[in-house]
Design a protein around this ligand. Structure first.
Ligand code: 6GU
Length: 401
């Protein structure tokens, strides 16, 4: 992955030479360049700021140095890799990230998306921000995707600290940067719950004992304890992340009837727009089929709908094919994703498998990174004999007899 950072304080980014990120750079996994914005000024004072049109407090960053800096970043890349090589690999332009408190929230899920990109450029603003025409230049003249991204609801003096945080969060997801890929899975924010408490040697320290269950060797009991701890911790620190509860009567899950079809049709469309974007195609049955097809499918599949407070919030369907249970159309309302509802629906669908079923199978888009992670965590692996549908990954999970 290539990363360019433009800042008036290049020294601020020196920590990117250290630790895992520094190692990744040495290993050639990360090609990171820091540029000094003042190198693109032409006056004796190397001026990058000026007063705001329309009045107001503070100074703003001038368009000219930024425009030249961005042009330079694109030009050096072309020179370094060779334009032909770039075009061949489809890597012509970076995704431009502008850190700022007015941006979309940075999250683990955004970090995963960014980690999949070949080239990122970060523009560190200072003062009150950057002249709007820089964004227009990047978008219109350079053809860059531009995202303003915020670390959280507070104000820093500039984007540098945010870039350190974002580059670290993104780079560690680039394959090879973190040695043990397993350690990336069991983490806070990877599946919607905070991490459980951890202990290492010695067993007793200053009169405090490690919880006995961790010494029991009973892996099922340890997993149960850890899960309870995660729930308790999430409830205490981040109640906003808690799974929507299931089984306490709040969510109603039942087989769909014809009366559910209009809403289900709308939910499916809303959910599969994400898939269309992630896979860069509109040719997805869930997105293109008509409402009559969906209605007819209630006779050939078992389709469940989840409702909360009357609202349709998720669905899943199953179809038996010999010793295989095919699970499909798993979806959760876009505003409620990431809270364990999808897992609940998947487990419900799996739980309906009768004793003759040996294989649970499902498919998802090859570009659906979030889905692929979700299913992997749920124990699904690529099928040995894929169906061969283009752009689709077939996944299976064996059932114990
Ligand atoms: Cl990304 N930048 C700045 N300047 N302030 C912030 C931020 C970013 N995120 C939260 N506050």
């Amino acid at each position: 992955m290539r990363i360019d950072v433009v800042s008036i304080f290049p020294d601020y980014l020196a920590p990117l030479d250290l630790s895992l990120i520094g190692k990744a750079r040495e290993d050639g996994l990360l090609d990171l360049a820091v540029h000094d914005l003042r190198d693109f000024t032409h006056d004796r004072h190397r001026t990058v700021d000026d007063t705001p049109y329309g009045g107001g407090a503070g100074m703003e960053m001038k368009a000219q140095p930024w425009t030249e800096a961005l042009d330079h970043v694109l030009a050096t890349r072309r020179a370094a890799a060779g334009a032909a090589a770039d075009e061949a690999s489809g890597v012509e332009r970076p995704h431009l990230i502008v850190p700022g408190p007015g941006g979309v929230p940075f999250s683990q899920s955004l970090a995963h998306d960014l980690a999949a990109e070949p080239w990122l450029a970060f523009a560190c603003g200072r003062y009150e921000g950057i002249d709007e025409r820089v964004y227009e230049h990047a978008l219109d003249d350079l053809g860059l995707r531009v995202s303003v991204v915020s670390l959280g609801d507070y104000v820093l003096n500039g984007g540098e600290v945010a870039v350190l945080a974002m580059v670290e969060a993104v780079a560690r997801l680039v394959p090879g940067v973190v040695g043990n890929a397993e350690s990336l899975v069991e983490e806070s924010h990877e599946d919607g719950l905070l991490e459980y408490p951890i202990y290492t040697k010695p067993r007793e320290w200053e009169g405090r004992e490690v919880p006995p269950v961790l010494l029991s060797g009973n892996h099922a009991a340890i997993a149960r304890w850890r899960h309870e701890q995660r729930l308790a911790r999430t409830a205490a620190r981040r109640p906003d992340l808690l799974p929507v509860s299931h089984g306490d009567g709040e969510i109603e899950l039942r087989l769909a009837t014809a009366g559910d079809v209009p809403e289900l049709f709308t939910l499916v469309r809303a959910c599969w727009v994400q898939e269309a974007v992630a896979n860069r195609t509109l040719a997805i049955p869930a997105l293109t089929e008509g409402i009559d097809t969906l209605r007819a499918s209630l006779d050939t599949t078992r389709t469940w709908v989840a409702r909360r407070g009357g609202r349709l919030i998720g669905s899943v369907r199953t179809e038996e094919r010999g010793s295989e249970l095919f699970i499909g159309r798993l979806c959760v309302a876009p505003d409620l994703q990431g809270r364990g509802l999808g897992r609940m629906l998947l487990e419900h669908a799996e739980g309906t498998a009768v004793s003759g079923i040996r294989t649970l199978s499902l498919m998802t888009g090859a570009g659906s990174a979030d889905n692929l992670r979700f299913y992997k965590k749920a124990g699904y692996r690529p099928a040995r004999v894929p169906s061969g549908v283009p752009g689709v990954v077939d996944l299976v999970k064996r059932r114990r007899a």
